[in-house]
Design a protein around this ligand. Structure first.
Ligand code: R5P
Length: 304
């Protein structure tokens, strides 16, 4: 498909066409798929629309990120050679944000490296609830001209208020405090966070906060669930302490391997997520929030 010269165009990969259509509709943009071919040896070839407008937006959620990062390199450079002058990456999930320091000597600080890589390809990056723990702003981790971090906490809070109006919001670790506080403030929920010690990928110890949970409908709120061990450990302890129910609300449903089964076995009831990563647990769409940020960015850039 070729695009009108001035209207921004949204490019997406075929596996994200449904979420791209939701975003395109909310942002009033045309959407075009990128053709992708995999050669027998595993290399990939991309094909873009041959006429691109000055302003191109690419939707790519960076779960399973390794191959996607290479695709973004091919894509961004090709888009510029085809006429794009301003490239925005909408990455609802931004990968490699958790490795923000060298925990052991010699470790790669992935956040900084991947952030610089993306900043070199894109003029603007928009994401949702990036895991910023020891850095204050997304710009520090990803120094693009515009680096916009949105949050799903308000919409998850609305969902929780509709389904568990008396919820006690608990973050499974201290890093969740930012999202828990934001969600709690919106509807006046009681809230607290656990203390977590991580010993390995699938080995965490969670200590409950010092507040009464007996009889409460607890919702565990976090940015990411990966293996599910963090929320499973927290849920087991909350139920043992007398919580009436434990549900999970999460922005990014990575849900690696048997995470869902593990969470259910731990006694977790409902599992609610946003569509930042497509998953059967998606109940909250971020399309409107992403579209508003995109429109704001475009209005500002093209009014200069
Ligand atoms: C890290 O602090 C994140 O906020 C999550 O708590 C963590 O990534 C969850 O990992 P998992 O589900 O593998 O325990």
């Amino acid at each position: 498909m070729s695009a009108k010269t001035n209207a921004p165009l949204l490019l997406c990969f075929d596996d994200e066409l449904p979420s791209a259509r939701r975003l395109a509709q909310a942002a009033n943009m045309a959407v075009a798929p990128i053709e992708r071919h995999r050669f027998p040896d595993g290399e990939i070839k991309l094909r873009l629309p041959t006429t691109l407008p000055a302003q191109v937006v690419i939707l790519r959620s960076l779960n399973d990120p390794n191959e996607k990062l290479l695709e973004l390199l091919l894509l961004a450079q090709t888009a510029r050679s085809l006429g794009a002058r301003h490239l925005t990456l909408v990455a609802p999930y931004l990968a490699y944000m958790r490795q923000d320091i060298a925990f052991l000597p010699g470790e790669a600080i992935s956040q900084r490296i991947v952030g610089s890589f993306l900043a070199g390809l894109f003029d603007a990056v928009i994401t949702v609830d990036p895991h910023l723990h020891r850095v204050a702003t997304l710009q520090q981790a990803l120094p693009a001209t515009d680096a916009v971090a949105l949050s799903a906490a308000p919409l998850l809070s609305d969902w929780i208020a509709a389904h568990r109006p008396q919820a006690l919001l608990i973050g499974p670790d201290e890093e969740a405090a930012q999202w828990v506080a934001m969600a709690a403030a919106r509807h006046g929920f009681d809230h607290a966070v656990c203390h977590k010690l991580r010993h390995g990928d699938r080995s965490v110890v969670v200590a409950l906060p010092a507040l009464a949970v007996r009889g409460r409908q607890v919702v565990l709120l976090d940015d990411v669930v990966s293996t599910g061990h963090t929320v499973a450990r927290a849920a087991q302890q909350l139920l043992a302490a007398g919580a009436a129910s434990v549900d999970v609300a999460v922005t990014h449903a990575l849900f690696s391997g048997d995470a869902l089964q593990l969470m259910q076995s731990a006694g977790i009831g409902e599992i609610w997520s946003t569509d930042c990563i497509a998953h059967q647990s998606n109940v909250v769409s971020m399309a409107g929030t992403l579209a508003a940020a995109l429109t704001h960015l475009q209005d500002r850039i093209f009014s200069i």
